[in-house]
Design a protein around this ligand. Structure first.
Ligand SMILES: [Zn+2]
Length: 224
C-alpha cells in the first residue's frame, strides 16, 4: 500500500499522524510526504533569514521523516502563512498524487471547523485540508484537470486527522518513534513539554478505543 501525507508546515504531519506513519512504514507500506510551505514564519526569535530558516526546517523535516521510515519528502516551497487553495496549489497536489499513485491520502480534516484550538486552525492548516480534498476529488482522477501533470489517478481512501474520527489506529508501539521524530524539529519544540503533551494526547485518544496510545482518523472512501 502507498500513502501520501500532506501538510502545511514541516512538523504538522509528524504531530498529526507520525505514530501511524511509523507503524505503516514498519509494516512495509510506502509513505511519502508533501509539505506545502517552508514554515519560515515560525522563527520564534531564531536569527536567520526566511530563506535560511525554511532550509533549516526542511532539514528538520527530512530528519524526522527518516526516523519514521518515510520514503520521500516533497517540499512545494509556498510561503508560510500565505497558502491559498488556488489553481497553483491544487496543480502541485494533483501532480504529487499522479506521480506517487497512492492508495491513501492523509491530511488534516477539512470538515474540522470547531476553532477550539488556536494552533490547529491556523489558516494554512485549513487551506491544505480543503485543497487536498479538492485535489483528491475530482481533480486527480479526471484528465480534464491539469493534463500536463500526468495520467489520472484515483486513490482509494482519505484518512483525515483532527476531525470527528471513525477509526482509531493503535500507535502504542510507535509512540517513542513519534517522539524521537518530533525531537528533530529543534526550532519548534521544547523537548520535555512536547513529550508530555504528545503522550497525553495519544493516551486521551486511545481511551475512546481501549488502546494505551492511539491516533484517530476519519476515513472516507472514494467508492460511491
Ligand atoms: Zn502547522
Amino acid at each position: 500500500m502507498k500513502i501520501l501525507v500532506f501538510s502545511a508546515h514541516p512538523d504538522d504531519a509528524d504531530f498529526g499522524c507520525g505514530g501511524t506513519v511509523a507503524k505503516k512504514a514498519a509494516e512495509g507500506h510506502e509513505i511519502h510526504y508533501v509539505v506545502a510551505t517552508g514554515g519560515q514564519k515560525g522563527k520564534h526569535g531564531i536569527d536567520a533569514s526566511s530563506e535560511q530558516f525554511a532550509l533549516m526546517r526542511e532539514e528538520e523535516q527530512r530528519n524526522s521523516a527518516a526516523i519514521l521510515g518515510v520514503k520521500s519528502v516533497m517540499f512545494l516551497k509556498f510561503v508560510d502563512g500565505e497558502l491559498e487553495n488556488n489553481d497553483e496549489l491544487r496543480r502541485w497536489l494533483v501532480h504529487a498524487i499522479r506521480e506517487k499513485k497512492p492508495d491513501i491520502l492523509m491530511s488534516m480534516d477539512p470538515s474540522a471547523q470547531k476553532f477550539d484550538s488556536v494552533y490547529r486552525y491556523h489558516k494554512d492548516h485549513r487551506t491544505i485540508a480543503m485543497a487536498v480534498f479538492d485535489a483528491g476529488y475530482p481533480a486527480a482522477g479526471n484528465n480534464n484537470f491539469y493534463p500536463e501533470t500526468g495520467e489520472p489517478w484515483t486513490p482509494k481512501e482519505f484518512w483525515f486527522f483532527g476531525g470527528e474520527p471513525n477509526h482509531h489506529e493503535d500507535t502504542t508501539s510507535f509512540i517513542n518513534t513519534k517522539i524521537m521524530a518530533l525531537l528533530c524539529h529543534k526550532s519548534q519544540v521544547n523537548p520535555e513539554e512536547m513529550e508530555k503533551w504528545v503522550r497525553q494526547w495519544a493516551e486521551d485518544t486511545g481511551k475512546n478505543a481501549g488502546m494505551p496510545y492511539a491516533e484517530a482518523f476519519r476515513i472516507l472512501s472514494f467508492n460511491r
